[in-house]
Design a protein around this ligand. Structure first.
Ligand code: MN
Length: 737
């Protein structure tokens, strides 16, 4: 095996640059070992396979992990891909216990495609969390592995790209976020988005460049001014400007339904200083210089995020009315912000840091715990999404302990987060000393007190509909499972009755028992009573067995009739006639039950001709047929099959209570009263204004970009003609062109 691959030289150089002590001989040995085992294997791109583990090791090196992690990264695919030539025992003899254990952990996280059977996928996730609770380095390396796969995804087939990107978006990026590994998270998100919605991605990227171009001078001047003040205060600092990532803007625009114009923290300046005290000094200085936006100051130094992120955030308004965010932190905080738990891992070593990390990872243990209670894959995914992949709220106990809850958690969740006994005995709650309803959602910084009583009746089944966290739900179910055996059976029975009635299934008692016994054995519960009680306490949800109920009913009750082929399209239509209305009144031909969003580039209105673009995993994005993005992208062969015809539901323009956003561009001579006249016309027509901004065009001309609420195309046309009647206005067009 020749030793002069360039990638390995680059890796060794990177390691040297870190200035850390590495066992270079061991790393070289691991490389030679991997190169020999992967000999003759090639990546889809055509390069030798061993380039991949080397690249992964290179990313691991940027996290400054230890020698064993680098070796494990180099060897991570050997056991899986070269099974006959090597095994874990052999690696243990050659490289020691740690390397063998890490490779073993990585091997067990077998690649299971995202769209394969959900149970298998969940199983894979569970393995990942188990591996993580055993040794967090497994996950660090796994994330680096995924990052390199994403960087080189171009070579894969489109179908593979889609699955990998979806899985990355839904599992790996949130995981990186939860571990505070910001850098890796952002790169994973942006790469995934690029494969999932290339048009949305490009659109936002262009918008960013355009907007940054318009405001470059402003950003530079704000930066210079701040630097002057910091110099005056004799501070040693680093000051850098940045714009948000494409993905974070995409998420804000579609997730919070905001305009590009409405996004506050588009620009951010980051100031890094040496000490915590200096952070607050800097905060005072910037608040002195600019007006701050109320409600946007966040002190993550005194209350760190659960992923250990610390910084001060504030949003201020510059001279031209352009808001921008300022982040202030120390170098230590900065390292943690970039590398998260990995930074902790590398800066401290020994038993103490392990205890520290274990404490930070308590949520992993909790999650695995909660998982044991229910076999339901949907439920597990739900718990995962809510508990891990969401932002958190911090609230206090009356004693001042901080309890972290997923956003949107209620006081019941809070009670169960303290202890199941507190939740089970809860009869009420106080927030900041005032009695509140139990479905109240505490806000950041509030003090929550749970009122309990020993003579209470215990939790109510309704709570299951109120609580947000999997932890609370699991604990409530446990209580019912234990305390209300007889009641559970009745509840479950009633649910089954309802299901039979709903579909007009008549049968004898014996037939019913046979049907249910078959189902019980097929899903692995002991008997019919257990099936009832599992349904009753919510350990199994009805929709998990409806299909089986139908199958069994058909088999047991009418064995002679073969069931007619099912027309899926007509069923779905009948099942939810309101679906298309819910989707904003748009009907997409040949695509059923998927979510619909209106493209931000053209904001279609009822009455406009439409076309849809199937984004990968984000539903169908609806454009105006004459949108410039459509013209540009429709002919591209790589989007073949992703454009679908779409049209407004009949009467959509009559649905008076739905409003749409319309973008209008006004070309006018500038005059003192121009903006006042525009807003008066809008007020007169009772049209609400969402955003307005102006830019100079030529000597005394001005372009006004307006976003307004409108009902449909006719409505917009009448707004346009009223605007055109204003004296200085030359033209009004749709879109910001
Ligand atoms: Mn790999």
């Amino acid at each position: 095996m020749e030793e002069n691959y360039t990638p390995i030289k680059k890796l060794l150089f990177t390691l040297e640059k870190t200035g850390k002590q590495y066992d270079i001989e061991k790393i070289k040995k691991a490389y030679l070992y991997a190169a020999e085992l992967h000999e003759g294997q090639f990546r889809v791109s055509g390069e030798p396979f061993v380039y991949h583990p080397i690249a992964v090791a290179e990313i691991v090196a940027t996290l400054e992990l230890d020698t064993d992690s680098i070796c494990a990264a180099l060897l991570h695919d050997t056991v899986e891909d070269c099974g006959s030539k090597v095994d874990v025992a052999k690696l243990r003899r050659e490289f020691g216990e740690d390397v063998a254990m890490l490779v073993d952990g990585l091997t067990k996280l077998v690649q299971i495609p995202f769209e394969d059977k959900e149970e298998e996928h969940v199983e894979n996730l569970r393995k990942m969390f188990l591996a993580m609770s055993k040794d967090i380095r497994v996950i660090f390396i796994k994330l680096c592995d995924r990052l390199h796969n994403m960087r080189t995804l171009d070579a894969k087939r489109p179908e593979k790209q889609r699955m990998t990107a979806l899985e990355t978006m839904y599992v790996y990026a949130p995981l990186a976020h939860r571990l505070g590994m910001q850098r890796i998270k952002q790169e994973l998100e942006n790469l995934s988005l690029w494969y999932l919605d290339p048009i949305g991605y490009t659109q936002i990227k262009d918008d960013i460049e355009k907007k940054y171009g318009q405001n470059r001078d402003f950003v530079e001047s704000a930066r210079t001014k701040i630097a002057e003040k910091l110099d005056e205060a004799n501070l040693k600092y680093s000051l850098e400007g940045r714009v948000k990532t494409v993905y974070s803007l995409y998420k804000k625009m579609f997730g919070q339904n905001k305009n590009f114009e409405e996004i506050f923290d588009f620009y951010a300046l980051r100031i890094i200083v040496d000490t915590e005290l200096e952070c607050y000094t800097v905060l005072g200085i910037v608040h002195d210089m600019f007006n701050s936006v109320p409600g946007r100051f966040k002190d993550y130094i005194s209350t760190p995020k659960p992923n250990m992120y610390r910084s001060l955030h504030t949003t201020v308004i510059g001279r031209d009315g352009v808001p921008f965010e300022i982040q202030i932190r120390t170098w230590d905080m900065h390292r943690i912000a970039e590398y998260g738990i990995a930074a902790h891992w590398k800066y401290k070593s020994g038993a103490q840091s392990k205890a520290d990390i274990d404490q930070k990872l308590q949520w992993v243990a909790k999650l695995i715990d909660a998982e044991d209670e229910t076999k339901d894959a949907d439920e597990f995914m739900h718990t995962l999404k809510i508990d891990i992949f969401h932002d958190e709220t911090f609230v206090f106990t009356p004693k001042g302990d901080v309890i972290t809850l997923p956003q949107g958690s209620t006081v019941i969740d809070f009670a169960y987060a303290i202890h199941s006994a507190v939740g089970n005995k809860m009869v009420g709650a106080k927030i900041n000393g005032m009695i509140v309803p139990i479905d109240r959602i505490p806000q950041n910084g509030e003090i929550v007190e749970i009122l309990t009583s020993n003579s209470g009746k215990g939790p109510s089944r309704d709570w299951l509909k109120i609580v947000k966290t999997g932890e609370a739900r699991t604990k409530i179910r446990q209580w019912f499972k234990k305390e209300k055996q007889a009641e559970n059976i009745l509840m479950g029975k009633a649910e089954i009755d309802k299901e039979f009635k709903k579909f007009n299934r008549h049968c004898t008692e014996e037939q019913r028992n046979e049907i249910l016994a078959n189902i019980a054995s097929r899903i692995g519960v002991k008997d019919v009573d257990t099936l009832y009680s599992t349904l009753g306490y919510g350990g199994l949800s009805m929709n998990k067995i409806t299909v089986r109920l139908k199958d069994e009913f058909d088999r047991v009750v009418k064995p002679e009739t073969t069931s007619a082929p099912v027309d899926v399209a007509s069923i779905n239509k009948n099942a939810s006639p309101s679906k298309s209305t819910k989707n904003g009144g748009v009907i997409i031909d040949g695509v059923d039950g998927c979510s619909v969003k209106f493209a931000r580039c053209c904001n279609p209105l009822p009455g406009d001709d439409l076309i849809g673009f199937i984004t990968k995993g984000y539903g169908v994005s609806i454009h105006k047929l004459d949108c410039p993005n459509v013209k540009m992208n429709l002919p591209k062969p790589e989007y073949d099959g992703r454009w679908v015809s779409a049209h407004w539901e009949r009467g959509a323009n009559l649905i008076s209570n739905s409003v749409f956003e319309a973008m209008l561009q006004i070309h006018a001579h500038n005059s003192i009263s121009l903006l006042a006249e525009i807003t008066m016309v809008l007020a007169d027509m009772r049209v609400s204004l969402i955003s307005i901004n102006t830019q100079k065009s030529g000597n005394n001309d001005i372009i006004v970009n307006l976003t307004v609420n409108a009902k449909n195309l006719d409505h917009v046309n009448s707004i346009t003609s009223r605007l055109k009647s204003i004296k200085n206005i030359n033209d009004v067009t749709r879109g910001f062109g």
